[in-house]
Write a protein that binds this ligand. Structure first.
Ligand SMILES: C[S@@+](CC[C@H](N)C(=O)[O-])C[C@H]1O[C@@H](n2cnc3c(N)ncnc32)[C@H](O)[C@@H]1O
Length: 240
């Protein structure tokens, strides 16, 4: 892996997710939808109840971005159904996954303006202060870790003041974790990376404009410490 550039890593990941989309989608139904939704509920509750310098957080005219949305289950599905968002942008670099999310959700929710952007999240470009919420679950972990920090800076720029981000990161400090055949699929080459949960609070605090509202390690399945991630809810500080 040390020989692969970030571009090559992403090209291999794109091919893998396109190839194993069916296997991943079947597996992820039980791994761990309830945890993802419980954090999403916390985020939406905060969004609706916090004192905000920006009144756009309190109406139903909000905007959301999901990075690495996969097939849209369960997060996009919940965002579209919530009645809170007038516009939703979904991104994934797997066209198979993005098309699957789009064909399931776009027509059913034509009251919400949606945009479906295929490609690497580090290449996305939005105006500053574009979104009330940004979500990226089990997806920034696929970026080489230096790019994870660059993404945090972009997320900070793209959030409106008072806006919230829900993200998770590797608990372990690992430059490159590679599995050749993830989920038992021979096309399932995988790469993960991370600074580790103990370093993340300090690194996040260095990103201009973000404060940590929630930062905690959680096991994937309650009662099991086999696989754990560092979950955060971040708030964009209003800069006066
Ligand atoms: C483990 S899946 C998670 C999908 C979804 N967020 C979920 O919670 O089930 C990772 C997703 O991130 C996407 N992904 C990985 N690297 C990406 C990148 N650099 N830009 C955009 N999407 C990426 C993959 O194609 C895949 O759909």
């Amino acid at each position: 892996m040390a020989d692969l550039s970030p571009k090559e890593i992403k090209a291999r990941l794109e091919r893998s997710y396109d190839a194993i989309a069916d296997t991943y989608n079947a597996w992820t139904v039980n791994h761990p939808s309830s945890l993802r939704l419980s954090y999403l509920d916390r985020l939406l509750h905060l969004l609706q109840t916090q004192d905000s310098p920006d009144e756009s957080h309190t109406g139903c005219d909000k905007s959301a971005l999901e990075l690495g949305c996969g097939n849209g289950q369960p997060i996009l599905q919940r965002l579209f159904s919530s009645g809170l968002f007038s516009s939703i942008v979904a991104n994934d670099m797997s066209s198979v996954q993005l098309n699957s999310a789009r064909s399931e959700l776009e027509a059913k929710h034509d009251n919400v303006q949606s945009e479906w952007i295929h490609g690497d999240m580090t290449s996305l470009s939005f105006d500053p202060c574009s979104f009330n919420i940004i979500i990226g679950l089990y997806t920034l972990i696929h970026l080489p870790r230096s790019e994870q920090l660059l993404m945090l800076e972009k997320i900070s720029r793209w959030l409106k003041p008072g806006g919230l981000a829900l993200l998770n990161f590797s608990k372990e400090d690992t430059e490159a974790d590679v599995i050749e055949q993830w989920l038992g699929r021979k096309e399932g080459w995988m790469f993960w990376s991370g600074h580790g949960a103990s370093s993340m609070p300090g690194l996040i605090q260095k990103v201009q404009g973000l404060e940590i509202v929630v930062g905690e390690i959680r096991p994937e399945d309650e009662g099991s410490a086999d696989v754990e991630f560092y979950w955060v809810i971040l708030r964009k500080i209003a800069i006066s």
